[in-house]
Design a protein around this ligand. Sequence first.
Ligand code: DSN
Length: 435
Amino acid sequence: MNTPFWGPDWESLEQADPAIADILLGELGRLRDGLQLIASENFTSPAVLAALGSTLANKYAEGYPGRRFYPGCEFVDQAENLAAERAKDLFGAEHVNVQSHSGSSANLATYAAFAQPDDPVMALSLSHGGHLTHGSRVNFSGRWFTPIPYRVRRDTELIDYDEVRDLARLHRPRIILCGGTAYSRLIDYRIFREIADEIDAILWVDAAHFMGLVAGQAIPSPLPYADVVTATTHKTLRGPRGGMILCRDEHAKAIDRAVFPFSQGGPMMHSIAAKAVAFKEAASEEFAEYARRTVSNAGALAKALEETGMRAVTGGTDTHVAVLDLTPTGVNGADAERRCAAARILLTKNAIPFDTMPPRTPSGIRVGTAAIATQGFGPGEMDRIGRLIARAVTAERGTKRGNAVLADIADEVGEVVAAKPAYARGEAWSPDASR
Ligand code: DSN
């Protein structure tokens, strides 16, 4: 059979490894049957999945196109060049490295390109919406560098730009980093650029979460301001799991060397081909419409949840993500996450700024609307989804009555998602379509 990917060859997987085949089908069912509101997840297209499942997975290609340490790279070179060119066009970047295996490895390489061990590095505190790789003590970033965390303001819950400026002047960090995993508002890159210029620091934007919204022009791009931008390709960008680094030409060599050979060996060429597919898709008008709808969904969902008695941190969102303070409901984020999961609504517990609760049972939850936008949901449907979440959050799991309520909600979730199924049955690539 002349096919480089597994999609049409599903039966051979079923025969070779029925246990894994069953797991894949179980996961497909889980994706289809629930409301996927985890802010960092999405549904990749059939074309992305096909590239991921291709024979490019076999190839060792340490190095860069035209400069590999292995023979036989003529096709993977084309894939990598195409991915990098498409990303450059899509984002207006001078240089793009598409080899990073993940957002965290893109970040590791970026530290390596610009900082030496123990250098001070400023970033948004994890507990105020940053990321593990932005200086957490349990991560290489906080162990190998000197983290200078800045926070959000208590009154607005927006980045405290005065504190950023004061800390920058005091510590003169080598890198100023902005972006995060649970900050729902637009970032004022102009102010960050001014501060970075004042102290001659590298301005690095970690756009892992919102790069797809940038691609779809639903929010402003950090590219005109940043020296370097890191991103994942699998969140709002809707491609394969992976990372990328975009930078000005003057930093291209430092970034490329920091990825290979400093922090990674062989690139995952199947993933790079799938990134190329995703970049092509992200340049389409359909994608721009999805990106805009993702943002309007998040605003509408935050508002709907506020109407049920939760409090939206910062009063709402400008992006795909919203953080809700559950204090008014008397339920902690961990219980809310468990109850929602029991009702087939997938979202995550999350700290709120200045949280007085411990990290394992924080006061909030985080919801994201990229996956449900991919599925086709729009802002008009967020009221119903908001009410389902609110009912699940306050249903007491473990009691007979609570369990019955959660089962009811799960049934309604089933109805909601059946109207706009993810990976609709019958498509040629779908594993169980071949049955
Ligand atoms: N773990 C991801 C998230 O959920 O935001 C970030 O790496």
